[in-house]
Design a protein around this ligand. Structure first.
Ligand code: FAD
Length: 427
């Protein structure tokens, strides 16, 4: 039985470990923190009797690798799929606007939704529709030096359309502003979601906590296939000869008996254990934070599953019965505020947007600050992303940051993990 060490127990590491275990490889997974899941996990607070995720995660129908992974570990039934376009946007004066394609089939649902989106003028709506139609014939690789903002301006999108539609889409998919994100990355995402297939934009919503959906059954799967999972074991250094990694040192010991290693840690963590990895071309992507605020209410008053806010620091509110999750992406300006300041800001925003919201209905609040939530797919970083092969024959790279062609997402992480495992299976 060939032996593989996987470094990192996020979704890229778990995906590679599961696929290798399925193919009779003996996997040892080393994870620095006490928990698995990396940037995708849930926590239970016994004092508050409150289970919450580190952040609301949304999947899309075009997440093929992620759906394969969930099928493999047997948890795909813990999600539900939303097949119609229906998003309610609320502004600060209590008006609602709808992006709704209900009762039409693709692509007319999409065009209908845009043409009726009254936040924009008619000519702005026509211009947005025109861009989507034109996208079919756009090669994202030809946009490699442009930011999203420059690209949208070239395509005559008005300031209003950028502010009230494109900005929301860019921040939701790339966790970065149009001024920072690469146009190539955004165009790829748009094509994957809206053009390349008829169902790419369907939302897949987790019905269980993230750890229950992605982690617990993967752990069991790997262990049932003779794998070892070692948490709280941080890899500190990789020793190598010319062409191969020879030894892995951790805070608890060392490993020398293996055929392959998969590094499934973020790029900054890889630099620490193997500074030579980068050679002369060290690329460090910028990371952006996401703030998540989970609120438990003593009442159920919302009648929709999610809402988007216009002109607010809050972008999304997701409703799960009496619990709501509020998402602030690209949250650099707010991430260092204290819990009290953030709570006040959130409650004020909720009261402005929902006449029925009252802070006296709030039973518990949890604020999670993920400072390094996702990397910014800037034009420079997109061009420098590394493939799965390293300079060492027995070291394969995985992680959402490798050049999967996708932004910093679960799908990118899982795809990279599968690609790394397949590379070993091929060898
Ligand atoms: C709040 C939030 C919301 C998000 N929302 C979405 C969403 O809606 N949709 C979506 O698709 N994506 C979303 N993402 C992004 C997604 O979670 C990540 O892209 C994905 O989880 C990255 O997985 P990964 O395995 O590449 O890296 P990570 O999850 O970072 O895993 C790397 C692991 O390596 C471990 N490690 C690091 N150094 C060492 C070492 N020296 N030794 C051993 N182990 C080490 C770390 O502890 C970690 O567990 C969100 C992320 C956040 C934080």
């Amino acid at each position: 039985m060939k032996k593989v060490i996987v470094i990192g127990g996020g979704l890229s590491g778990l995906a590679s470990a599961v696929l290798l275990a399925k193919n009779n490889y003996k996997v040892t997974l080393l994870e620095a923190s006490p928990k698995l899941g990396g940037r995708t996990y849930s926590r239970y607070d016994p004092q508050k009797n409150f289970t919450y995720d580190n952040g609301q995660h949304l999947l899309l129908s075009c997440y093929d690798h992620t759906l394969d992974y969930l099928n493999l570990i047997g948890t795909s039934h813990k999600t539900s799929i939303i097949k119609t376009i229906f998003i309610t946007f609320l502004n600060r004066t209590g008006e609602s606007f709808y992006l709704s394609g209900e009762s039409y089939k693709y692509p007319f649902d999409l065009l209908n939704a845009i043409l009726k989106f009254k936040v924009l003028s008619l000519s702005e709506r026509l211009s947005v529709s025109g861009l989507l139609i034109r996208l079919k014939f756009t090669n994202p690789d030809n946009l490699s030096n442009l930011t999203v903002k420059a690209w949208l301006t070239q395509l005559r999108q008005s300031e209003n359309s950028i502010k009230y539609l494109w900005n929301i889409l860019v921040v939701a998919t790339l966790n970065a502003s149009p001024e920072h994100a690469a146009a190539s990355s955004f165009a790829k995402v748009l094509k994957e979601i809206f053009i390349n297939r008829t169902d790419g934009y369907h939302f897949i919503v987790p019905n269980a906590g993230l750890s229950e959906l992605f982690v617990d059954d993967a752990l069991e799967y790997i262990q049932n296939h003779e794998g070892n999972i070692k948490t709280s074991e941080r890899v500190e250094k990789l020793f190598y000869s010319d062409k191969n990694i020879l030894k892995v040192n951790t805070n608890k010991g060392s490993y020398e008996n293996f055929d392959y290693i998969i590094s499934a840690v973020p790029i900054h963590a890889l630099y620490k254990v193997l500074p030579e990895f980068s050679g002369k071309n060290k690329v460090n992507p910028e990371y952006k934070p996401i703030l998540s605020i989970h609120i438990k209410l003593n009442t159920e008053r919302f009648n929709q599953q999610y809402y988007a806010f216009l002109d607010s620091p809050v972008q999304w509110v997701f409703v799960h019965e009496n619990k709501i999750s509020i998402v602030i992406s690209d949250a650099e300006n707010l991430i260092d505020y204290s819990k009290d300041v953030l709570e006040k800001l959130i409650f004020d925003e909720m009261e402005i947007h929902f006449s029925f919201f009252s802070r006296s209905d709030v039973e518990e609040t949890v604020i999670i600050k993920e400072k390094r939530a996702t990397f910014v797919p800037s034009p420079e970083f997109e061009m420098a992303r590394s493939g799965i092969k390293s300079a060492f024959d027995n070291l394969i790279l995985a992680g959402d940051w490798t050049n999967t062609g996708l932004p910093s997402t679960i799908e990118s992480a899982v795809k990279s993990g599968f690609d790394a495992a397949k590379q070993i299976l091929r060898q």
